[in-house]
Ligand binder design. Structure first.
Ligand code: AR6
Length: 187
């Protein structure tokens, strides 16, 4: 069992752990999706494998009806066979060196997911480290954006507390997110 780090933000809590996003028992898990909402590799592959055909078909239907999901936006589907009831799919930015608005787009993805969590009245959500795999966003920078955005959002919406879990795949990812949580949850 790996160590868990957590901090309270008013009535909300941010919890960091090392693990697999596709096995989380939160109300929703966030998928690091591609604009076509297709299975793909990494997080998306794991979530689609665990969610099964019901999840993949729900994604295909949204893709057909609404076209590709733009970077920084999010949509929700049922979780199919996952422990989580819902999947919130968001497309993080591809890293092009940092001058293409990547930090703001990454922040948009986190905020769009939390907006859906609140609209749907969900209480717990698990995020992976968006954009830091196939999309190439540098880990430490992405961790700073993720924690700064989530902590600010939880402070802003103190009337609708949620548990936000970051599920990090490696010890190195967990350490980077723990350092960012220290930096942004203080004060
Ligand atoms: N649980 C938690 N974290 C994971 C898991 C898992 N099961 N698998 C990988 N990670 P990525 P992106 C970590 O590539 O960069 C897909 O093909 C991984 O080590 O999943 O946003 C989609 O279809 C990394 O730290 O997401 C898109 O085309 C982090 O999760 C594209 O990749 C994100 O890695 C999205 O790329």
């Amino acid at each position: 069992m790996s160590e868990t780090t957590e901090r309270s933000i008013n009535e909300s809590v941010v919890r960091l752990l090392q693990g697999d996003i596709s096995t989380q028992d939160t109300d929703a898990v966030v998928n690091a999706a591609n604009p076509d909402l297709a299975p793909g590799g990494g997080v998306a592959g794991a979530i689609h494998r665990a969610g099964g055909p019901e999840l993949t078909e729900a994604c295909a239907r949204i893709r057909r009806e609404r076209g590709p999901l733009p970077t920084g936006k999010a949509v929700i589907t049922p979780g199919g066979a996952l422990s989580a009831l819902w999947v919130i799919h968001t497309v993080g930015p591809v890293w092009y060196g940092g001058t293409g608005g990547e930090p703001e787009l990454l922040a948009c993805s986190y905020r769009a997911c939390l907006a859906i969590v609140r609209e749907q009245g969900l209480r717990t959500v698990a995020f992976p480290s968006l954009s830091t795999g196939a999309y190439g966003y540098p880990l430490e920078e992405a961790a700073s954006v993720a924690l700064a955005t989530v902590v600010a959002d939880l402070r802003e919406h103190k009337d609708t507390p949620v548990e936000v879990r970051f599920v990090l795949f490696s010890a190195r990812d967990l350490a980077a997110y723990a350092a960012a949580l220290e930096a942004f949850a203080d004060g």
